[in-house]
Write a protein that binds this ligand. Structure first.
Ligand code: SAH
Length: 361
């Protein structure tokens, strides 16, 4: 028997007691177990961590998002007070860049109540440091944020939320469950069930085709939509993912992936030691939110539409020694061979808000 992580022992014991578990339970344990969960133990970001995100690549990302948010706020008549909320803020880098870029927007900082939704104590610590000049309130959940006009940013947040997988089997579905297979943790098909809630999304899938759902993501999206309808504002969601047309074109794909030390690894090896993510179903989020959806657009087009190239040029001029790095970072964020088309942006607003910047009207 190979050596087990402490979390693997917990998972095996639960399977022994209750039978195979849904992927959502498995992901929740891997990412958020109070002692052994991946996000509870460490700061996974940056070169020394397991993966690098857009705000860590260049300040341009957070700055442009800050200006996008401020423009939405101005277009909606500068409501004050308002809640500026980021879910899953990582090291706080995006927010720090956004706040620096919006300092000159009259009334914006005075009117904002800054709320960060973060479950990781380690990352809360990092955010506290990065944002030490600001008045921040931390929340465990989105529904604890104040009931105010909402400007929300979520970058690589929804991909970290647990999903379930179902495969088409005749008129019904089999859930893919985590079980012990040949002594190891692996996926196994569960019993045949009707699962009527899947039919809206899964009817055109071929036999054996796969569908992924994320109940927690849809619950949060519904809460965001409710607040937008009641109080106004806008939400910006950026992640890797797909919409309904891409979903059916792909015939249903398994998008779960594990990353450790900048490499893909088996999601069932060493639970709790790798970052587990799944692609985001943007249309499922939009339907749950039940407000107006803008996009999805490619991250590259979104950033260039907000002036990323001009900002990069200006930065390179002020810091000639960093010109090469700035150019490289712009390429990484916007080029199709890098993050430019893999990542998508979607905005949500409720009527009568005008369409947000950099999304086709
Ligand atoms: N947005 C940041 C970090 C992305 S990593 C960036 O782009 O760099 C995912 C973030 O979501 C981390 O901050 C993680 O701690 C947080 N997170 C994961 N699950 C969460 C949950 N259920 N509730 C709140 N935050 C969560």
């Amino acid at each position: 028997m190979t050596s087990q992580t402490p979390l693997e022992a917990v998972i095996r014991a639960e399977i022994a007691e209750r039978g195979p578990m849904g992927l959502d339970r498995y992901m929740a344990l891997c990412l958020a177990h109070p002692q052994h969960g991946y996000y509870r133990k460490q700061d996974p970001l940056g070169m020394s961590g397991d993966f690098v995100t857009a705000p860590e690549i260049s300040q341009i990302f957070g700055e442009l998002i800050g200006l996008w948010v401020a423009q939405c706020w101005i277009d909606q008549g500068r409501p004050a007070p308002f809640a500026l909320v980021e879910t899953g803020p990582g090291r706080g880098t995006l927010m720090a860049d956004a706040l620096r870029a919006t300092r000159a927007v009259p009334g914006f900082h005075d009117g904002m109540q800054l709320n960060l939704v973060e479950t990781s104590p380690v990352l809360r610590g990092r955010q506290k440091e990065t944002l030490r000049d600001y008045d921040v309130t931390w929340r465990d959940r989105f529904d604890e944020t104040p009931d105010l006009p909402l400007l929300l940013v979520a970058n690589e947040f929804f991909d970290a939320l647990p999903i379930r997988q179902f495969e088409r089997a005749g008129d019904g579905w089999r859930e893919r469950l985590v079980a012990i297979v040949d002594e190891k943790l692996d996926l196994q098909s569960g019993p045949l069930r009707p699962e009527p809630h899947l039919s809206i999304r899964g009817d055109d899938l071929p036999e054996g085709g796969l569908i992924e759902t994320s109940e927690i993501s849809e619950t949060i999206a519904a809460e965001i939509g409710e607040q937008l309808r009641a109080r106004g504002g806008a939400a910006l969601i950026i992640d890797y993912g797909y919409d309904a047309t891409m979903r059916s074109r792909a015939g249903g794909v398994d998008t779960i992936q594990a990353m450790r030390d900048h490499n893909f690894v088996n999601p069932f090896d060493d639970p709790g030691e790798a970052d587990l993510t799944a692609h985001v179903d943007f249309d499922a989020l939009a339907s749950a939110a039940n407000v107006r959806k803008h996009g999805i657009v490619d991250q590259g087009a979104f950033l260039l539409g907000l002036g990323a190239a001009q900002r990069a040029e200006a930065l390179a001029k002020t810091h000639p020694d960093q010109a090469h790095d700035v150019k490289g970072a712009l390429h990484r964020l916007t080029d199709a061979s890098e993050m430019g088309t893999l990542f998508k942006a979607m905005a949500l607003t409720a009527d009568p808000a005008p369409p947000p910047a950099a999304f086709p009207a």
